[in-house]
Design a protein around this ligand. Structure first.
Ligand SMILES: C[S@@+](CC[C@H](N)C(=O)[O-])C[C@H]1O[C@@H](n2cnc3c(N)ncnc32)[C@H](O)[C@@H]1O
Length: 240
Protein backbone atom coordinates (compact mmCIF):
# COMPACT_ATOMS: atom_id res chain seq x y z
CA UNK A 1 0.00 0.00 0.00
CA UNK A 2 1.37 3.42 -0.75
CA UNK A 3 0.05 6.96 -0.59
CA UNK A 4 -0.08 8.95 -3.79
CA UNK A 5 -1.69 12.02 -2.27
CA UNK A 6 0.34 15.21 -2.46
CA UNK A 7 1.21 16.51 0.99
CA UNK A 8 -0.86 19.50 1.95
CA UNK A 9 -0.74 22.03 4.73
CA UNK A 10 -4.52 22.09 4.91
CA UNK A 11 -5.59 21.19 8.42
CA UNK A 12 -8.06 18.38 8.68
CA UNK A 13 -9.32 17.00 11.93
CA UNK A 14 -11.44 14.01 12.68
CA UNK A 15 -14.79 14.58 14.27
CA UNK A 16 -17.69 12.21 14.54
CA UNK A 17 -16.16 10.10 11.83
CA UNK A 18 -16.07 12.91 9.28
CA UNK A 19 -13.40 15.31 8.24
CA UNK A 20 -13.77 18.93 9.17
CA UNK A 21 -11.58 21.96 8.76
CA UNK A 22 -10.51 24.36 11.47
CA UNK A 23 -12.42 27.10 9.73
CA UNK A 24 -15.61 25.04 9.70
CA UNK A 25 -15.19 24.46 13.41
CA UNK A 26 -14.88 28.13 14.20
CA UNK A 27 -11.32 27.42 15.40
CA UNK A 28 -11.79 25.98 18.84
CA UNK A 29 -8.73 25.75 21.05
CA UNK A 30 -7.53 22.37 19.83
CA UNK A 31 -7.89 23.32 16.21
CA UNK A 32 -5.97 26.45 17.07
CA UNK A 33 -3.18 24.31 18.49
CA UNK A 34 -3.13 22.15 15.36
CA UNK A 35 -3.09 25.21 13.13
CA UNK A 36 -0.26 26.80 15.06
CA UNK A 37 1.72 23.58 14.88
CA UNK A 38 1.01 23.20 11.18
CA UNK A 39 2.45 26.66 10.62
CA UNK A 40 5.82 25.19 11.55
CA UNK A 41 5.66 22.70 8.69
CA UNK A 42 8.27 22.76 5.93
CA UNK A 43 6.59 24.74 3.10
CA UNK A 44 7.98 22.39 0.45
CA UNK A 45 6.50 19.23 2.00
CA UNK A 46 3.69 20.52 4.19
CA UNK A 47 5.10 18.35 6.97
CA UNK A 48 6.88 19.01 10.22
CA UNK A 49 10.43 17.78 9.55
CA UNK A 50 11.19 16.31 12.95
CA UNK A 51 9.46 14.22 15.59
CA UNK A 52 6.65 16.09 17.34
CA UNK A 53 7.79 16.63 20.90
CA UNK A 54 6.02 16.49 24.24
CA UNK A 55 5.15 20.20 24.15
CA UNK A 56 3.18 19.67 20.95
CA UNK A 57 0.92 17.16 22.71
CA UNK A 58 0.75 19.14 25.94
CA UNK A 59 -0.50 22.02 23.79
CA UNK A 60 -3.14 19.84 22.20
CA UNK A 61 -4.51 18.76 25.59
CA UNK A 62 -3.99 22.11 27.36
CA UNK A 63 -7.51 23.38 26.94
CA UNK A 64 -9.37 20.30 25.79
CA UNK A 65 -9.09 16.98 27.66
CA UNK A 66 -10.17 15.01 24.58
CA UNK A 67 -9.06 16.98 21.51
CA UNK A 68 -9.44 14.03 19.11
CA UNK A 69 -12.85 13.02 20.55
CA UNK A 70 -11.68 9.53 21.51
CA UNK A 71 -14.62 9.12 23.88
CA UNK A 72 -17.36 10.37 21.57
CA UNK A 73 -16.61 10.15 17.85
CA UNK A 74 -18.01 7.48 15.57
CA UNK A 75 -14.63 7.26 13.84
CA UNK A 76 -12.89 6.29 17.07
CA UNK A 77 -15.71 3.98 18.18
CA UNK A 78 -15.64 2.08 14.90
CA UNK A 79 -11.83 2.04 14.74
CA UNK A 80 -11.59 0.64 18.26
CA UNK A 81 -14.19 -2.05 17.48
CA UNK A 82 -12.33 -3.01 14.29
CA UNK A 83 -9.02 -3.13 16.16
CA UNK A 84 -10.41 -5.40 18.87
CA UNK A 85 -12.06 -7.61 16.25
CA UNK A 86 -8.81 -7.89 14.29
CA UNK A 87 -6.65 -9.01 17.22
CA UNK A 88 -5.46 -12.50 16.27
CA UNK A 89 -5.70 -13.87 19.80
CA UNK A 90 -8.54 -13.81 22.26
CA UNK A 91 -6.20 -13.14 25.16
CA UNK A 92 -2.72 -11.76 25.75
CA UNK A 93 -0.43 -12.20 28.72
CA UNK A 94 1.43 -8.92 28.62
CA UNK A 95 0.38 -6.04 26.36
CA UNK A 96 1.87 -2.62 25.68
CA UNK A 97 -0.12 0.30 24.27
CA UNK A 98 2.07 3.14 22.98
CA UNK A 99 0.34 6.54 23.04
CA UNK A 100 -2.64 5.45 25.12
CA UNK A 101 -3.94 9.00 25.59
CA UNK A 102 -6.92 9.20 27.97
CA UNK A 103 -7.34 5.43 28.06
CA UNK A 104 -10.51 4.97 26.02
CA UNK A 105 -9.13 2.07 24.00
CA UNK A 106 -7.07 0.88 26.99
CA UNK A 107 -10.29 0.33 28.90
CA UNK A 108 -11.72 -1.74 26.07
CA UNK A 109 -8.54 -3.77 25.67
CA UNK A 110 -7.98 -4.54 29.35
CA UNK A 111 -10.36 -7.57 29.54
CA UNK A 112 -8.28 -9.20 26.79
CA UNK A 113 -4.99 -9.01 28.74
CA UNK A 114 -3.49 -10.34 31.94
CA UNK A 115 -1.39 -7.19 32.15
CA UNK A 116 -1.56 -4.04 30.07
CA UNK A 117 0.85 -1.11 30.20
CA UNK A 118 -0.13 2.22 28.61
CA UNK A 119 2.44 4.88 27.71
CA UNK A 120 1.96 8.53 26.92
CA UNK A 121 3.98 11.74 27.02
CA UNK A 122 1.41 13.98 28.74
CA UNK A 123 0.96 13.64 32.52
CA UNK A 124 -2.62 14.97 32.51
CA UNK A 125 -3.82 12.37 30.02
CA UNK A 126 -2.34 9.60 32.13
CA UNK A 127 -4.33 10.92 35.08
CA UNK A 128 -7.48 10.70 32.95
CA UNK A 129 -6.50 7.24 31.74
CA UNK A 130 -5.94 6.03 35.31
CA UNK A 131 -9.35 7.34 36.34
CA UNK A 132 -11.07 5.76 33.32
CA UNK A 133 -9.36 2.41 33.99
CA UNK A 134 -9.83 2.44 37.76
CA UNK A 135 -11.85 -0.76 37.43
CA UNK A 136 -9.01 -2.52 35.59
CA UNK A 137 -6.49 -3.69 38.20
CA UNK A 138 -4.38 -5.30 35.47
CA UNK A 139 -3.67 -1.93 33.79
CA UNK A 140 -0.81 0.41 34.59
CA UNK A 141 0.43 3.61 32.98
CA UNK A 142 3.80 5.25 32.54
CA UNK A 143 5.04 8.59 31.30
CA UNK A 144 7.34 7.56 28.42
CA UNK A 145 8.26 9.32 25.20
CA UNK A 146 9.15 6.61 22.71
CA UNK A 147 11.52 5.67 21.27
CA UNK A 148 13.92 7.39 23.69
CA UNK A 149 12.13 6.20 26.82
CA UNK A 150 11.14 2.61 26.53
CA UNK A 151 9.76 0.41 29.30
CA UNK A 152 11.38 -2.72 30.65
CA UNK A 153 9.79 -6.01 29.88
CA UNK A 154 8.69 -8.19 27.00
CA UNK A 155 5.24 -8.26 25.51
CA UNK A 156 3.07 -10.59 23.44
CA UNK A 157 1.04 -7.63 22.11
CA UNK A 158 2.34 -4.17 21.22
CA UNK A 159 -0.20 -1.67 19.94
CA UNK A 160 0.89 1.49 18.13
CA UNK A 161 -2.27 3.31 17.19
CA UNK A 162 -2.06 6.79 15.68
CA UNK A 163 1.41 7.45 17.05
CA UNK A 164 4.07 6.35 14.55
CA UNK A 165 3.36 9.23 12.17
CA UNK A 166 4.40 11.75 14.79
CA UNK A 167 7.96 10.41 14.51
CA UNK A 168 10.53 11.33 11.90
CA UNK A 169 12.20 8.51 9.98
CA UNK A 170 15.22 8.11 12.31
CA UNK A 171 12.91 7.90 15.34
CA UNK A 172 10.60 5.49 13.51
CA UNK A 173 13.63 3.25 12.92
CA UNK A 174 14.50 3.50 16.63
CA UNK A 175 10.92 2.62 17.54
CA UNK A 176 11.06 -0.45 15.30
CA UNK A 177 14.27 -1.49 17.03
CA UNK A 178 12.72 -0.98 20.49
CA UNK A 179 9.71 -3.05 19.52
CA UNK A 180 11.93 -5.76 18.06
CA UNK A 181 13.78 -6.03 21.35
CA UNK A 182 10.65 -6.24 23.47
CA UNK A 183 8.74 -9.09 21.84
CA UNK A 184 7.87 -12.40 23.36
CA UNK A 185 7.94 -15.32 20.91
CA UNK A 186 5.13 -15.08 18.34
CA UNK A 187 3.99 -11.73 19.71
CA UNK A 188 1.54 -9.60 17.74
CA UNK A 189 2.24 -5.99 16.74
CA UNK A 190 -0.77 -3.87 15.82
CA UNK A 191 -0.41 -0.64 13.85
CA UNK A 192 -3.41 1.63 13.24
CA UNK A 193 -3.02 4.94 11.39
CA UNK A 194 -5.34 7.60 10.05
CA UNK A 195 -4.93 8.25 6.32
CA UNK A 196 -6.04 11.89 6.15
CA UNK A 197 -3.89 14.85 5.20
CA UNK A 198 -1.75 16.14 8.06
CA UNK A 199 1.35 18.20 8.80
CA UNK A 200 2.88 15.31 10.78
CA UNK A 201 6.39 14.12 9.85
CA UNK A 202 4.97 11.01 8.16
CA UNK A 203 1.70 10.11 6.49
CA UNK A 204 -0.26 7.15 7.84
CA UNK A 205 0.92 5.04 4.91
CA UNK A 206 4.56 6.09 5.26
CA UNK A 207 4.53 5.36 8.99
CA UNK A 208 2.99 1.92 8.56
CA UNK A 209 5.03 0.94 5.51
CA UNK A 210 8.22 2.24 7.11
CA UNK A 211 7.54 0.26 10.26
CA UNK A 212 6.76 -2.92 8.32
CA UNK A 213 9.89 -2.60 6.19
CA UNK A 214 12.07 -1.97 9.22
CA UNK A 215 10.56 -4.88 11.12
CA UNK A 216 11.18 -7.36 8.29
CA UNK A 217 13.99 -9.06 10.21
CA UNK A 218 11.79 -10.02 13.14
CA UNK A 219 8.14 -9.89 12.09
CA UNK A 220 5.91 -10.70 9.13
CA UNK A 221 2.62 -9.16 8.11
CA UNK A 222 -0.26 -11.32 9.29
CA UNK A 223 -3.28 -9.21 8.38
CA UNK A 224 -4.03 -5.82 6.79
CA UNK A 225 -7.27 -3.88 6.59
CA UNK A 226 -7.91 -0.52 5.00
CA UNK A 227 -10.89 1.80 5.11
CA UNK A 228 -11.12 5.20 3.47
CA UNK A 229 -10.06 6.70 6.81
CA UNK A 230 -7.45 4.45 8.38
CA UNK A 231 -5.29 1.39 7.89
CA UNK A 232 -4.75 -1.44 10.31
CA UNK A 233 -1.68 -3.68 10.04
CA UNK A 234 -1.01 -6.71 12.19
CA UNK A 235 2.44 -8.26 12.32
CA UNK A 236 3.52 -11.48 14.00
CA UNK A 237 6.97 -11.90 15.50
CA UNK A 238 9.03 -14.47 13.67
CA UNK A 239 11.79 -14.74 16.23
CA UNK A 240 12.21 -13.96 19.89
C1 LIG B 1 -3.75 10.71 18.34
S1 LIG B 1 -3.46 10.12 19.96
C2 LIG B 1 -3.84 8.38 19.76
C3 LIG B 1 -4.53 7.78 20.96
C4 LIG B 1 -4.86 6.31 20.84
N1 LIG B 1 -3.68 5.50 20.67
C5 LIG B 1 -5.82 6.05 19.71
O1 LIG B 1 -5.44 5.50 18.68
O2 LIG B 1 -6.99 6.43 19.82
C6 LIG B 1 -1.72 10.08 20.12
C7 LIG B 1 -1.25 9.97 21.54
O3 LIG B 1 0.11 9.58 21.53
C8 LIG B 1 0.83 10.35 22.46
N2 LIG B 1 2.22 10.41 21.96
C9 LIG B 1 2.68 11.18 20.97
N3 LIG B 1 3.98 10.98 20.78
C10 LIG B 1 4.35 10.03 21.68
C11 LIG B 1 5.59 9.40 22.00
N4 LIG B 1 6.70 9.73 21.33
N5 LIG B 1 5.60 8.48 22.98
C12 LIG B 1 4.47 8.17 23.67
N6 LIG B 1 3.27 8.74 23.42
C13 LIG B 1 3.21 9.66 22.43
C14 LIG B 1 0.11 11.69 22.49
O4 LIG B 1 0.32 12.42 23.68
C15 LIG B 1 -1.33 11.28 22.29
O5 LIG B 1 -1.99 11.09 23.53
Amino acid sequence: MSETKKPSRRILLRSGGGLITGTMLGMNSSVGAETENAAQADPSTGRRPTTLDTDYFKGMYATDPDPWRFASSAYERDKYAATLAALPRAHYGSALEVGCSIGVFTHQLCPRCDALLGLDVVPSVLEQARARCADCPNVSFRLNAVPGDWPEGRFDLILISEVAYYLDRPDLARLVSRVGGALLPEADIVLVHWLGVTHYPLSGDDAAEGFIAGAGGFARVLKQERTDQYRLDILRATKS
